[in-house]
Design a protein around this ligand. Structure first.
Ligand code: EPZ
Length: 439
């Protein structure tokens, strides 16, 4: 509901099992990939979050139909038979930058696309120059047309050997989804290696594409005819960032917290850091458990492209560091402005100094509940966790950020024992009271 807030009372409790939803940062691209094949594609284990709803609107705007299976609303049925447009409107792209993921598939299917330029966001400029340069190498030409990106592959798509300046997740994905129908072989050098890239490549191969070595820095694609790509039935991998967020809750409170439905190999660096900070970590085929009996130890973290430490867990670990005994250094190497969380945590009593892309986190202080605001979805999730270990009440505003990427975050935290709820802010209640009184 609009303008709701999350109210947390610090009771220091998070313990038990939580089932992890499908990965937002994979499902959005799997949905875009469905454009490549005419017919009904089934994507399973799709989280119930607002970003998925926006991507569904984007696909419907293109002429597809998107429905949730009545038997299981985590299953999306996407029929792209009637897709007849290659244009995505500003109103949708500006709601969610990840809509740019339809660029590659639209060019592959129609040889052209007209996509609103995605804006930046709180954490950075979020440029797409590498997407464009990579697609240009495959034969695409671009021009800016009144805020829209007009793309055309006048002579069709042809394979190429391309090296990305930075292992951009989005650029790798857009190139992959165009290269699958490019004439000949494409080699993507310095490709992103995230598990979500592997998930997308697996789905493309299930559709009839020929992608090799996804998950490594050099991905090879043998182009196939567009019409040879068929709809498929694919299950999204578990969300490693949601899992890591709940495991941080276990590390903060002592836990034990077990996340189920996740491949532990997706969390190698986070698991290493939990252990470095004094937690015990147990791993199974599809679960990870984090517990702690010792005081948290300080840590050094450098966020890097996978398999380095994930930038999407940076805020959550900054909170851990703020509760550790000693001084930690956390360096953000992926986004240029992803320390806004520090200012909000400081309102709760944390002592954090920012110097360029380094943060010095002096731990050992207990946190006090306070009114705070989410600046991005990961910071928002971390603020709620902070409220669980803080003294008193924390009111987290702008929780629409959290709803973009966390399915039933409050419900899952409640099931682990947290005293947390979604509420309308006080002033709304007053308005209701006055209206009632007037009657
Ligand atoms: C994806 O964003 C994720 N989003 C992000 O998750 C995640 O933080 C990021 O990958 C890194 O892992 C989705 O998958 C929807 P990038 P993406 O291209 O693809 C710069 C979350 O919290 N860059 O790897 O946009 C860019 O500005 C979100 O779930 C260029 O300069 O990430 C950034 O600084 C946040 N030019 C860096 O590279 C380009 O053409 C990494 O961006 C592309 C990127």
């Amino acid at each position: 509901m609009a303008h709701e807030i999350i109210v947390v009372h610090g009771n220091g409790t998070l313990a038990g099992d939580v089932h992890i939803s499908g990965a937002k940062n994979s499902a959005l691209k799997l949905m875009a990939a469905s454009i490549l094949a005419q017919g009904e594609t089934i994507v399973r284990n799709v989280p119930l979050i607002s970003d998925i709803d926006v991507m569904s609107e984007v696909l419907e705007c293109l002429g597809a139909t998107v429905a949730r299976d009545e038997a299981d609303e985590h299953v999306l049925l996407i029929d792209t038979s009637a897709v007849d447009s290659f244009e995505t409107p500003y109103e949708l792209v500006s709601k969610m930058r990840a809509s740019i993921a339809v660029l590659g598939p639209l060019i592959a299917r129609f040889g052209r696309a007209r996509v609103a330029m995605p804006g930046g966001c709180q954490i950075g400029a979020r440029k797409i120059d590498m997407h464009l340069r990579g697609l240009e190498a495959l034969g695409v030409s671009f021009e800016i047309d009144h805020g829209y990106l007009k793309a055309a592959a006048e002579n069709g798509l042809h394979g190429a050997s391309v090296a990305l300046d930075f292992p951009s997740v989005g650029a790798t994905e857009n190139m992959l989804m165009a290269a699958v129908v490019a004439e000949g072989e494409t080699i993507i050098g310095n490709a992103a290696r995230e598990p979500e890239i592997v998930d997308l490549a697996n789905m493309l191969n299930e559709m009839g594409a020929k992608v090799r070595d996804a998950g490594s820095s050099i991905i090879r694609v043998e182009g196939v005819p567009l019409e040879s790509l068929k709809p498929c039935d694919h299950a999204t991998i578990g969300d490693r960032i949601e899992a890591g967020t709940f495991l941080v809750g276990g590390a903060l409170t002592g836990g034990p917290v077990t996340v189920r439905g996740i491949n532990p190999s997706f969390l190698r660096m986070a698991i290493a850091k939990f252990r470095e900070m004094g937690c015990t970590v147990e791993e199974g085929a599809d679960f990870v458990t984090v517990a702690r009996t010792e005081p948290l130890r300080p840590v050094e973290i450098q966020t890097l492209p996978h398999p380095g430490f994930p930038t999407d867990l940076q805020a959550q670990f900054m909170l851990l560091a703020a509760c550790a005994e000693g001084t930690s250094v956390i360096t953000e190497n992926v986004f240029e402005n992803r320390f806004m969380f520090a200012a909000e945590l400081a309102r709760m009593g944390a002592d954090i100094e920012i110097e360029d892309h380094h943060s010095l986190v002096r731990g050992g202080r207990s946190l006090q509940g306070a009114p705070v605001s989410s600046t991005d979805l990961r910071a928002g999730a971390a603020l709620v966790l902070a409220g669980i270990v803080a003294e008193g009440e924390t009111r987290v505003h702008k929780i629409n950020h959290i709803d973009r990427g966390y399915e039933d975050y409050v419900g899952k935290l409640k099931a682990l024992g947290a005293d947390v709820s979604r509420e309308l802010p006080y002033h709304n209640h007053r308005a209701t009271v006055f209206v009632e009184a007037d009657r």
